[in-house]
Each structure stands twice: as structure tokens, then as C-alpha cells.
Ligand binder design. Structure first.
Ligand code: GLA
Length: 509
């Protein structure tokens, strides 16, 4: 009896499922005409064969995402999609409700909730939206090209303007760099970050958007001010702010940039992290653009922005990089700046003439930190031989910030020809002493107080690798100190920066 009931249930189940399959053969393609930007779902394709349903969700950011654990219930297909940047949820469940020629799609990805309605696709729709995969080249090695002997200095649009950047603002920044003395202090790069891109023309050539009417003319203008123009792209189909990336157009974009007169490229992984998620493919995608830039024959400073993944300092130079980000993004807060500057500024062994750890752009002058904190920011970056790329609206630079940014003696430490990245030689609670040996045998010393109240700090000659001191210069105050003056009151979140000379203790620092 029991057996009979069980087999009845099984039979009924089988009948129900085969009936529903017959009623609703789940298969076909649907397209979405007004996809929300992230991840930009443009098409849904579902196939049922031999009772098994498979499919893809095609997105502007990641191309086709394969459906996993597909379940069909009537006209509803539910499935998992791989989910990036959310360690707690490696996949997320999505649902497509198919009704006649319409589809409604609901799901989540990273930070975005997606709900969109689509229509059944024609064969032409499918062809037009089918993602075109490109193969990466085998990994090669790019020889040093003699650029970036010192860490690059200049200005970049992102920290202040984000996507709200345009031709007129870039020109205004160039004017200010030239007229304020910043250019002559070494800040020569004017870098347009994300948000300049428009569409590709019918030949695939990337055009700027309407905010940049003529990129070549802008480059000419920037060059006429004795400055260099930088631009930004991604190895993925979309940049971090959702603009056109270089996926499938790498060599073409490098040629476009060179033809415009671009001197600097920041290449930001962004949606490329979907395609290139291991060391091998990340190296190869950065090599691909490095080789493409080299093939243009134009010297271009190449900035790798993949947030420090896969020990980029180990291989950044060999793919043509002149600097490589060591972290995620800085924000205009002491906590963010300090976390990066003290803890995540990269392995000092990787830095040196031609290739630099990049702990991200400066926030000096953006208003979120006190003057002492900004002085610490500048001190940390100079001691770290970090690129000095200002990130504020230069027209709003206060006299105090201008003085801070143009302190020649501090800049000289950053730009020192020996190219050593300084490091902490002593840590005690919230206080740290850093040393950076310089070309002329002197040593830059920084005393950092990370606590919330002033601290008394002193240093010993041995901190600078010296047996005894012959001279001490206070760089922020531009004063010579007496040789015995090694004790300082360092303000809360503040720094004292010195350049000392003396008898060497050893050659090992
Ligand atoms: C990433 C980078 C930033 C900036 C933005 C632009 O977050 O790390 O420096 O370039 O993208 O979208």
C-alpha cells in the first residue's frame, strides 16, 4: 500500500513536471532597452534541452554571466549569478518571470538591486547584443623606458570633481598650475580621471563626451602651459563610474590617446575584475595596454590601478607600469589617509626610479582634515616617495595649503634621485619615526604622532643610521636646528619632518 502511494506520488510529480514543461517550454532571448547602468543587463537568454535549462544574463559591465543552479517553475526561472565584491554573498539569486513576449527580471549584484522589464528579442537584437570576447596576449616583458625617474607630480580630477569634470575646468587647473608656482614646484601632470568618455564611432574609435569637445585641442592647450595631459581608462568594458572601457579596443584606444597627445594613462581595473580575476590574467591585461602604449611610440606614463592585487609591485614595471596603486580609494578623512599612508603604502623594496608604489592621490586642500593632518598626509607621501597628485579644486587653494604643497624641501625628499621609499624605523604606540636615505648622504626623518593629543617625541642618530649628527634641518619650518635639538612637541595627528646629516653608522639603512 505504502509502495503504491509512493509510486503514485512519484508518477504524479513526473506528470506535473512534464506537463508544465510542455505548457511552458522555457527558452528564447529577451532584451532590455533601458537597462539601469549597473550591471547594465541588456539581454537574457534561456535554453531548455533534454529537460535541462541553462542560460546567460548579458551585462554591459561583465558580458554574459552564466546562470547557475537554474530552477524552472512554470514561467518563472530562478538562478544564481556570481556576485563580485561581496565576500558574504559569492552568488545572488535572480528571478526571471516570462510572460508571453515580456520578461521581468529581479536580482541583486554587489550594491545594486535590479528590477527591469524586457521584450522578446529578434535575431538581430541578439546579434547586436552578443558580447564579443577578446583573447589576452601571452605575458611579455616591457623594458624600462627611462620615464618617471622620480614619482610623478601633478593634479587629477577625481578626488574633487568625480565625474563632473569638463574641458573648461581642466584648462582652469592648467592655468592655475602655471600661474601659482605649482608647476614650477614640479606639479606638471594634469590628469583627467573617469567621466570624459563618450561613445565609440562606427569604426570603434572612442570619442570624448560632450563635456570634452576637442581632446587634441585640450592637450595642445595644456602643453602650451608647459604641462602634460593625462587620461583614464579600464581594461574592462566599463570604467568604475560606468563609462566605456577599453575591452576589445586596447590597441585602438592607445593609438587614439597618442594621437590626441596624451602623456599619462591611468588604467583602472573596474569591470575588468570580472574577466581578470587571477594573477595571470591581471598581469596580461596590464601588459596588453603597456605594449599597446609602447607601440604608439609616444612616451606615456602608465599608472596601474588594480588596488594592489596580486603583489603588483613585484611585476608592475615589467608590464610597462611607472606607478601602481597599493590600495582601494582614499577619502578626505584622517582615518582613511592614515590607514593607507601608514599601513598600505606598498612594499618599499618595489619602489625606485622608474616605478613607484602609489598610495592614491592627495586630498590636501579638500577640507576634510585639519592643517596638521594635511601636513601629515604630505609628510607621509613625501617620505614614501609616493606620487604627488593633488586632488582638490586648485582655484580654492588657501595660502596655507599652497605653502604646504610647494614646500621645496619636502618635495625634494619625495623626488630625491636615490628613489628610496622611506619606512618606519621605530614604533611605540601611536608614535612612529620614519627614515628615508637621500642621494647626498643626508637622511629625511619624520616623527609622526597618530594620537589625539600632542606628544613629546625625540629621535636618536641611529634612527637615521647615523653614529652622530652634524646638522638638523626642520623642513616644514625651514630652520636649522642645533645638533642637540632632537626633542619635539608633535601635535595630535601631526608630523615633524627633518633632514639630518652625520657620520654613517652603517650602510644598510
Ligand atoms: C576607482 C579608482 C579611483 C577613481 C575611480 C573613477 O575607484 O580607484 O581612483 O579613478 O575609480 O571611477
Amino acid at each position: 500500500m505504502l509502495r503504491a502511494i509512493v509510486s503514485m506520488v512519484l508518477m504524479t510529480g513526473a506528470l506535473v513536471s512534464s506537463a508544465s514543461e510542455r505548457r511552458s517550454p522555457v527558452g528564447g532571448a529577451w532584451v532590455f532597452d533601458n537597462a539601469p547602468p549597473y550591471p547594465g543587463v541588456t539581454m537574457l537568454e534561456v535554453t531548455t534541452r533534454g529537460g535541462r535549462t541553462t542560460g546567460n544574463v548579458t551585462t554591459a559591465w561583465y558580458g554574459p554571466m552564466v546562470m547557475q543552479n537554474v530552477k524552472v517553475e512554470g514561467d518563472q526561472v530562478s538562478f544564481d549569478l556570481r556576485n563580485l565584491n561581496d565576500k558574504a554573498n559569492a552568488t545572488r539569486r535572480w528571478t526571471a518571470r516570462l510572460s508571453g513576449d515580456r520578461v521581468s527580471l529581479v536580482g541583486d549584484m554587489w550594491y545594486a538591486h535590479v528590477e527591469q522589464a524586457g521584450r522578446r528579442a529578434s535575431a538581430d537584437d541578439v546579434t547586436a547584443r552578443r558580447f564579443k570576447f577578446t583573447e589576452l596576449p601571452a605575458l611579455g616583458t616591457i623594458a624600462p623606458d627611462g620615464q618617471a625617474k622620480a614619482p610623478p607630480m601633478g593634479w587629477s580630477s577625481w578626488n574633487k570633481f568625480a565625474e563632473h569634470i569638463d574641458d573648461a575646468t581642466v584648462r582652469a587647473m592648467a592655468d592655475y598650475l602655471a600661474s601659482s608656482g605649482l608647476r614650477d614646484a614640479g606639479y606638471i601632470h594634469v590628469n583627467i580621471d573617469d567621466g570624459w568618455q563618450g561613445r565609440r564611432d562606427s569604426s570603434g574609435v572612442l570619442q570624448p563626451n560632450e563635456k570634452f569637445p576637442d581632446m587634441k585641442a585640450l592637450a595642445d592647450y595644456v602643453h602650451s602651459r608647459g604641462l602634460k595631459l593625462g587620461i583614464y581608462s579600464s581594461p574592462g568594458p566599463r570604467t568604475c563610474a560606468g563609462y566605456q572601457g577599453s575591452y576589445g579596443h586596447v590597441a585602438q584606444d592607445a593609438r587614439t590617446f597618442a594621437a590626441w597627445g596624451i602623456d599619462y594613462l591611468k588604467y583602472d581595473l573596474c569591470s575588468g575584475e570580472w574577466f581578470y580575476s587571477d594573477a595571470d590574467t591581471v598581469k596580461r591585461t596590464y601588459y596588453e595596454m603597456g605594449a599597446a602604449l609602447q607601440a604608439t611610440g609616444r612616451p606615456v606614463i602608465y599608472s596601474l590601478c588594480e588596488y594592489g592585487r596580486f603583489d603588483v609591485g613585484e611585476w608592475g614595471r615589467s608590464v610597462g607600469g611607472h606607478l601602481w596603486r597599493t590600495t582601494g580609494d582614499i577619502t578626505d578623512q584622517y582615518s582613511s589617509m592614515a590607514a593607507i599612508g601608514f599601513e598600505k603604502n606598498g612594499n618599499a623594496a618595489h619602489a625606485g626610479p622608474g616605478g613607484w608604489n602609489d598610495p592614491d592621490m592627495l586630498e590636501v586642500g579638500n577640507g576634510g582634515m585639519s592643517d596638521d593632518e594635511y601636513r601629515t598626509h604630505m609628510t607621509l607621501w613625501a617620505m614614501s616617495a609616493a606620487p604627488l597628485l593633488m586632488g582638490h579644486d586648485l582655484r580654492q587653494t588657501s595660502p596655507a595649503m599652497l605653502e604646504l604643497l610647494t614646500n621645496r624641501e619636502v618635495i625634494a625628499v619625495d623626488q630625491d634621485a636615490r628613489g628610496v621609499q622611506g619606512r618606519a624605523v621605530y614604533k611605540d604606540g601611536a608614535t612612529e619615526i620614519w627614515a628615508k636615505p637621500l642621494r647626498d648622504g643626508s637622511v629625511a626623518i619624520a616623527l609622526f604622532n597618530r594620537s589625539e593629543s600632542a606628544a613629546q617625541m625625540s629621535f636618536a642618530p641611529a634612527d637615521a643610521g647615523l653614529a652622530s649628527l652634524q646638522s638638523i634641518r626642520n623642513l616644514w619650518q625651514a630652520t636649522e636646528l642645533k645638533v642637540g635639538e632632537t626633542r619635539f612637541t608633535v601635535p595630535a595627528h601631526g608630523a615633524v619632518m627633518l633632514r639630518v646629516r652625520g657620520q654613517p653608522l652603517s650602510r644598510n639603512l
